[in-house]
Design a protein around this ligand. Structure first.
Ligand code: ASP
Length: 302
């Protein structure tokens, strides 16, 4: 089985002056992790490591560079899922941690539970020896300026269906040479979200899903709509009935028709075909092609 790796950095109307940064981070993650996958790294390790690189990159709404909530604080959500056995670990509204995806993995591997939130997630992270960050170290000048600007705008909403709300969640899907699929998704959620708001990203079936028998998918976009239709699981189910590319397009269309949803997905079928679709103006994503060369895209039709 030949290894596959696909990564996204959010789906929205990414302004021209931010396109290069969005693609550059994806390229860095692909080029760092893909050679390791070829050398036998597991899909689960690959998606965790790929997402950690993006959590460190201040371009994206994950780890460093995440949006601030209405209280001016960063609350992070993440999930990791193993397609071999459907095990997953997730965290919601986690504060002061740079790599929520790795805390999610510890939840999966070190507890009898699957999903920890808020103070409990933070206590657990501390017990697992994750360094507790100064909140300022996760905050970028860009996000502080954006927060201050939207505080003055009484009409700002965390998401405008089909508007231009930024959405730079990150996700990675991998297939390893042993035929196993895995997925990870990590986010700071939506700008000026209510305190305690958890989006689709850490919810299994919504922001991510992986099952060796049906496929693996990571989603991004308007979380409240993605959750309603369990977009990632829905697309995995469609892969059994349609060619992978069509399954992705049908999943996005279904979300748009049923709930007026907005977003994008990336994924890999059990046979190793990539799939991607979005109904936002753009989606930053990239994958390694059959020749081992990175392909970077800002839209599916470009
Ligand atoms: N889906 C994320 C959320 O609603 C946002 C994003 O994808 O950027 O929390």
């Amino acid at each position: 089985m030949r290894a596959r790796l696909i990564i996204h950095g959010g789906a929205w109307n990414i302004p021209e002056d931010q396109v290069q940064d969005h693609l550059h981070g994806i390229k860095e993650s692909l080029l760092t992790i893909f050679p390791k996958l070829l050398n036998g790294l597991s899909a689960l390790d690959a998606v965790e490591q790929a997402v950690r690189i993006l959590e460190l990159n201040p371009t994206y709404d994950a780890g460093k560079g995440a949006f601030l909530n209405e209280a001016g604080e960063i609350e992070l959500d993440a999930i990791i899922m193993d397609g071999r056995n459907l095990d997953f670990g997730a965290v919601g509204a986690l504060q002061n941690i740079l790599h929520p995806v790795s805390v999610a993995r510890k939840v999966m591997e070190e507890t009898e539970h699957a999903f920890l939130v808020g103070k409990g997630a933070q206590k657990f992270a501390r017990e697992m020896n994750f360094p507790e960050e100064d909140p300022k170290s996760l905050l970028t000048a860009r996000e502080l300026a954006f927060f201050e600007a939207i505080q003055k705008d009484p009409n700002f909403r965390p998401h405008h269906p089909f508007g231009e709300s930024p959405s730079d969640t990150v996700g990675a899907v991998a297939l390893d040479q042993y035929g196993n699929l895995a997925v990870a998704t990590s986010t700071g959620g939506t700008p000026r979200k209510l305190v305690g708001r958890v989006g689709d990203s850490p919810i299994p079936g919504a922001g991510a899903y992986a099952d060796n028998e049906s496929g693996a998918v990571s989603a991004t976009g308007w979380g409240e709509s993605i959750m309603k239709v369990l977009l990632s699981k829905s697309v995995c189910d469609l892969i059994s009935h349609f060619p992978p590319k069509e399954a992705a397009e049908r999943g996005i269309q279904m979300m748009q028709q049923k709930v007026g949803g907005l977003g994008g997905i990336i994924g890999i079928s059990p046979e190793g075909s990539y799939l991607f679709a979005h109904n936002t103006p753009k989606m930053a994503f990239g994958y390694m092609d059959a020749k081992g060369k990175e392909v970077l895209r800002i839209k599916t039709d470009s």
